[in-house]
Design a protein. Structure first.
Length: 100
């Protein structure tokens, strides 16, 4: 598996909009994106947010990242942020259980 851990700084008052966009991705885009398994978004105690996106493979992740549909989605997402996200992409090498 492959994915990204990303840190973001939402504009003031835009946290709920970001959560809504992630829900939108899960409902509308994820079922159409090959290899998209899911993700999480955290509201950090010390400010900002952090997310995790999980894909079946690096190839599936890159194909999504390079698609016009994801570019349009990202541009809307970026408008909610103070700055570009901090992306940390990599292979998932461990799993310590399953959560609902």
């Amino acid at each position: 598996m492959y994915g990204s851990v990303y840190k973001i700084r939402p504009k003031a008052g835009k946290e709920q909009d970001i959560i809504s966009m992630m829900d939108e991705f899960d409902r509308q885009r994820r079922p159409k994106v090959k290899g998209a398994l899911g993700g999480y978004i955290f509201k950090l105690d010390n400010g900002g947010m952090m997310g995790v996106a999980i894909f079946q493979s690096k190839e599936d992740y890159r194909a999504n990242a390079e698609s016009p549909e994801q570019d349009a989605f990202y541009r809307r997402f970026r408008d909610l942020l103070e700055a570009d996200p901090e992306w940390n992409d990599g292979e998932i090498v461990g799993n310590w259980g399953s959560v609902a």
